[in-house]
Ligand binder design. Structure first.
Ligand code: FAD
Length: 318
């Protein structure tokens, strides 16, 4: 079933969903099951699986020179989606990125997904690779998520890259895109950011999942601004609990989000590691409760492999 159909069927009830990332290459599928098994009793209708582009590494050669090699550390998104559907009987939402894909690669990936009966996809651009100052698309690939959305919509209309394909199979993908309550870090301002997001919806995307945020007011304001701009699709809040002291610095650096002072003090003043984790969990519980009370369509938890923490939050909220 499509993600948006779940929202329609829920009739205002707040759903729950989880996001997992593929294990490092050489790891097993069991790592994903170990994360998800303790969470399935909360009946998520769908589970997202992230996609990871290759990274550049520098390997020292015998000559002393360094060789630049591209390695995909976390492959397996499509296989993991199929395994999730098979094991749990829920829908899986693969993330599909522009980075590392030509248009042809994208088309073929979408054909694979369609043949697997996976009809939901989160269409995103991807970030710049390490050692690259800005996002560089694959030659013949897409620059922005909107271009990926447009390609998926073309396939939903039975149009493929090869113009000689007549009466091509119409895929039926439900398309999610990313949204940023605090603005995407490359956008010059919030209005620009909102215009870019609206363009993705106007191009055919069906719903938005937000970047994590730690101050609910930012999400509520974002939803208001989206509605005023004519964005009327469901906007799913993305949630991530802080559980470690170093995350007070790493999360703002990696995800370009602000942490409220009260949360920072609560975590940094806690005397033990357990107390710090508990402070982060309680913050996320409060966020979740308020979002649920105010009718968010779904709470989307970034698990990052930590099912214990997510479980503690969800069992308190649901
Ligand atoms: P876009 O929508 O393309 O926007 C990127 C920037 O370009 C924005 O600043 C936008 O304002 C600007 N822009 C858009 N269109 C134009 C235009 N026509 N002209 C000029 N500027 C324009 N990354 C991964 O690698 N794998 C994942 O699985 C993954 N999952 C994610 C899930 C969620 C819910 C979120 C919020 C992010 C995820 N990311 C993932 C990170 C994402 O790839 C980055 O945030 C990336 O920097 C932007 O992706 P986007 O789809 O929002 O890009």
């Amino acid at each position: 079933m499509k993600v948006t159909e779940y929202f329609e069927k829920a009739k205002g009830k707040t759903l729950i969903s989880f996001e997992v990332l593929p294990p490092l290459k050489g790891g097993s599928m069991q790592a994903i099951f170990d994360t998800l098994d303790p969470l399935m009793e909360f009946k998520p209708p769908f589970i997202d699986v992230t996609y990871h582009r290759e990274e550049f590494l520098y390997k020292k050669r015998d000559s002393g020179y360094y060789e630049k090699v591209a390695i995909r550390k976390r492959p397996g998104t499509v296989g993991i989606c199929a395994a999730i559907v098979h094991r749990y009987g829920v829908d899986a939402v693969p993330h599909l990125i522009c980075g590392g894909f030509t248009r042809e690669d994208t088309e073929n990936a979408l054909i694979d997904l369609n043949f697997l009966n996976i009809n939901n996809v989160l269409a995103i651009r991807g970030d710049a690779r390490q050692f690259e100052g800005k996002f560089v698309p694959e030659e013949g690939g897409h620059n922005y998520a909107i271009d990926l959305v447009k390609q998926i919509v073309e396939m939903n209309n039975g149009r493929y890259l090869d113009p000689n394909i007549e009466n091509g199979l119409r895929t039926d993908f439900c398309i999610g895109v990313a949204g940023y309550p605090e603005k995407h870090f490359e956008s010059p301002n919030r209005d620009f950011d909102l215009t870019a997001t609206k363009a993705k919806i106007d191009a055919g995307a069906n719903y938005i999942v937000t970047q994590m945020f730690f101050d609910n007011q930012k999400y509520f304001d974002y939803v208001d601004r989206c509605r005023q701009a004519g964005i009327n699709v469901p906007i799913v809040p993305g949630l991530k609990p802080i559980t470690k002291l170093h995350q007070l610095n790493s999360i703002p650096r990696i995800f370009h989000v602000d942490l409220p002072d009260e949360l920072v003090k609560g975590v940094s003043n806690a005397k033990t590691a357990e107390a710090r984790t508990q402070a982060g969990i309680e913050w996320c519980i409060q966020q979740s409760r308020e979002l649920k009370e105010r009718g968010a369509p779904c709470l989307h938890y970034y698990t990052m492999g930590d099912s214990d923490t997510i479980r503690k939050i969800v069992e308190t909220v649901y």
